[in-house]
Design a protein around this ligand. Structure first.
Ligand code: NAD
Ligand code: MG
Length: 384
């Protein structure tokens, strides 16, 4: 029996994780579950899995959570501090599946316990890459990548040594607008952007997939998880999402990880690591799939991967500004306030105007950069 905490339990990755736990009731005990403000869903999950603790990030929701959990034996808590406390409860595995930089504090709290973190929350690593990887080393924590591409790379790296890597290739589905021309892209609606052809995901990451910023964030994420140098990380568009990423070694061998486009596969790989566990996934039927195709990314129509590469190369606070501006711009797009194609324009403006000269040296520094960049991006949106 191992213990598990899930930060962001009511989201898409949270649900996939709980599905695996539900299928293996004798292997897992749930320590803590958290959500932003979906009290009823959180309370139902906490009751179903007999969690020790349920936390709502939005403190105003705490009375409702308490009421919903009355008599269940599940403790209720609320607020940012409680989120970090939940994360630091020392579960055998903490699944970090909060969306956005809001997950940064809780991820660091788990790292500081020297725990094992199954990391889905890529924005945390993008904003605080150096600070986070240094903390992982200092506290002897274990970071297992949930993001399907990074999980694929992690698996392929079992086949060789990182110093023998010639190139890492991240695959990208290309998103729902892969074949759209520039004029049509300007008309894309939130409903069209969240309808991903291959993956069923939360709204923010779905928009990121449509702009290709998701691949940009993943490029930075890969750079921190697998330090082979920025020039050795490539991106290729692979619309079928069967190959989840590849590692090429210096002898010319390329290892790839293949599987269905279902997050339960990479999550299971983290939960069972270094072993394997049963999942309900059918075997891959390559004859039925027929062909796997590849194309170069088009940074003319989708500038986000260029912006991310530039932010990664600049280093320091640039990736945190890129991420903050993107979060604000994506929220504005989802709220119907800006056109789809303005997301990348806003991120580019933020990168050219808002990056402070000094590199963040601590979690507090990263959060300060994040707050400032968010506020200034918001101002920029209101002025135009
Ligand atoms: P989602 O929107 O479905 O769920 C997000 C979860 O975070 C919810 O439980 C929500 O309550 C919680 N949350 C939201 N805002 C919060 C806040 N301010 N404070 C505390 N909690 C908050 O998102 P998702 O698709 O599950 O993605 C979660 C993370 O995993 C993201 O970082 C995403 O990039 C990454 N990821 C997701 C997928 C996927 O297939 N969905 C794949 C790879 C990586
Ligand atoms: Mg991914």
């Amino acid at each position: 029996m191992r213990t598990i905490s899930i930060l962001g339990a009511t989201g898409s990755v949270g649900a996939s994780t709980l599905d695996l736990v539900r299928r293996n009731p004798n292997q897992w005990r749930v320590t803590a579950l958290t959500a932003n403000d979906r009290v009823d869903e959180l309370a139902a999950l906490a009751r179903e899995f007999s969690a020790r603790l349920a936390v709502v990030a939005d403190e105003a929701c705490l009375p409702a959570l308490r009421a919903a959990l009355a008599g269940s034996g599940v403790e209720a808590a609320g607020g940012a501090r409680a989120l970090c406390d939940a994360s630091a409860m020392g579960a055998d595995v903490t699944v970090a599946a909060i969306v956005g930089c809001a997950g940064l504090g809780p991820v660091m709290a788990a790292i500081e316990q020297g725990g094992t973190i199954a990391l889905a929350n890529k924005e945390a690593l993008v904003s605080a890459g150096e600070v986070m990887t240094a903390a992982v080393a200092r506290h002897g924590a274990t970071l297992l990548p949930v993001d399907s591409e990074h999980n694929a790379i992690f698996q392929c790296l079992a086949g060789g040594r990182i110093e023998d890597v010639r190139r890492i290739t991240l695959t990208a589905s290309g998103g729902p607008f892969r074949t759209w021309d520039a004029a049509r892209l300007a008309t894309a609606t939130p409903a069209q952007a969240v309808a991903h052809p291959n993956w069923d995901m939360g709204a923010k990451i779905s928009v990121d997939s449509a702009t290709m910023m998701n691949k940009g964030l993943e490029f930075i994420e890969a750079h921190h998880l697998f330090p082979v140098g920025l020039d050795r990380i490539a991106i290729v568009v692979h619309p079928q999402s069967v190959i989840h990423s590849m590692v090429e070694y210096r002898d010319g061998s390329t290892l790839a990880q293949l599987g269905p486009s279902d997050m339960r596969v990479p999550i299971a790989s983290c939960l069972a690591w270094p072993g394997r566990m049963e999942t309900p996934m059918p075997s891959l039927d390559l004859a039925a799939i027929g062909s796997l195709t590849f194309e170069a990314p088009d940074e003319g129509r989708f500038p986000a991967t260029r912006l991310a590469r530039e932010a990664a190369a600049a280093g320091g606070a640039a990736p945190a500004v890129l991420n903050a501006a993107n979060e604000v711009a994506v929220a504005a797009f989802l709220a119907g306030k800006i056109a789809f194609t303005r997301i990348a324009v806003i991120v580019e403006q933020a990168l050219s105007r808002m990056v402070p000269a000094s590199a963040p040296a601590s979690l507090a520094d990263v959060l300060a950069v994040d707050r400032e960049a968010r506020a200034r991006t918001q101002e920029m949106l209101e002025l135009t």
